[in-house]
Design a protein around this ligand. Sequence first.
Ligand code: GDP
Length: 434
Amino acid sequence: KPVVAIVGRPNVGKSTIFNRIVGERVSIVEDIPGVTRDRIYSSGEWLNKDFNLIDTGGIEITDEPLLTQMRQQAELAIQEADVIIFIVNGREGITSADEEVAKILFRSKKPIVLGVNKIDNPEMREQLYEFYSLGMGDPVAISGSHGLGLGDLLDEVLKHFPDREEVVYDEETIRVSLIGRPNVGKSSLVNSLLGEDRVIVSSIAGTTRDAIDTPFTLDDQQYVLIDTAGMRKRGKVFESTEKYSVLRALKAIERSDVVLVVLNAEEGILEQDKKIAGYAHEAGRAVVIVVNKWDAITKDDKTLQTFEKKIRDHFLFLSYAPILFVSAHSKQRLNTILPMVNEAAENHSLRVPTNVLNDLIMDAVAMNPTPTDKGKRLRINYATQVAIKPPTFVIFVNEPELLHFSYERFLENRIRATFEFKGTPIKIIPRKKN
Ligand code: GDP
């Protein structure tokens, strides 16, 4: 999918515009305690064209001076995006920071669409003219808060989409990515995994020199490691900063079936780890937690359990994810990773027979009566699985609002009591039907 990045000074309205464009998709994401809510990367659609959208302003809050931040944003956009939306504030006119960013973007020769925001009514269109002097062609008048002009803006963006083909892997291939902070050992794990005796690294038709994925086979199962460019070579530069690594992770997650969330046993769990893991969960990918550098810490007979408990406490939303304690260096338990990937992938695309599903939900309701609110009781009529990757269940009820989080959680637990769904999130969506 083409990538579109939004760049602009703080407070010009980038997030509002971002949310408008990805709109509906964000609102269907359920509220899960413990999952980070900030959105900087999401998918959008316009005139049947799908694309990914990055809000470069939201990626990292730094206390760097404005100009430095702006330069970083611009560079990030240039590196990652096919088309850049440059947002300025129509009420404030051109500032020196705008000019600075314009210069950097201009030099990159990437297609740029200039959006003049906060043009809330037709009378204000006068303000547009001064922005011609930025030399970025016709400015598009928009109002993020009123939702005006965004169609025109996206029309312009679409004109610049490259026509290129994406590599599509066949259905049986399990797409795996390793994500985690810099230095947790992702590259070492990739190299160790691919260095295993029976692993056959293949090259597939159509892959080019700069291919970023690594396809391989083990015991007749095909896998592809997503975005391993740089990981297999030493001296990688691509994730020199946290900022790039988050973005890399998000893009890799999107293309994966199974995400290996890599933690560093030496450093424990940091806020950044949670954030990254949260994205994998929210994207509905299968997740396996891999604690690397297990060789490097002193252990007694309680260390493993203590670490495991700490992970469970920190990653409440990942209660389904198995945890592996490994070492890329000593190769300890490395051979458990791919079997676990297989299991998670299988559960990720598991289909539950409708009759079994309904029987178990009726049993659940008998065990724990449905909640009531203002004298009304939730009534469940029927449930059915509507999707895989992740398994998604629609439950037809009398009043969807009555299906509170706690009861939904209870139903999820009952489903998992029969079908463990180890390694995969499952989704429950209530729909009204009397
Ligand atoms: P990445 O940034 O996540 O790809 O991390 P690297 O694979 O580059 O590893 C970062 C550092 O941790 C390097 O110095 C590795 O040698 C070291 N490292 C990686 N895996 C292990 C491990 O299992 N045990 C120990 N002790 N060190 C490791």
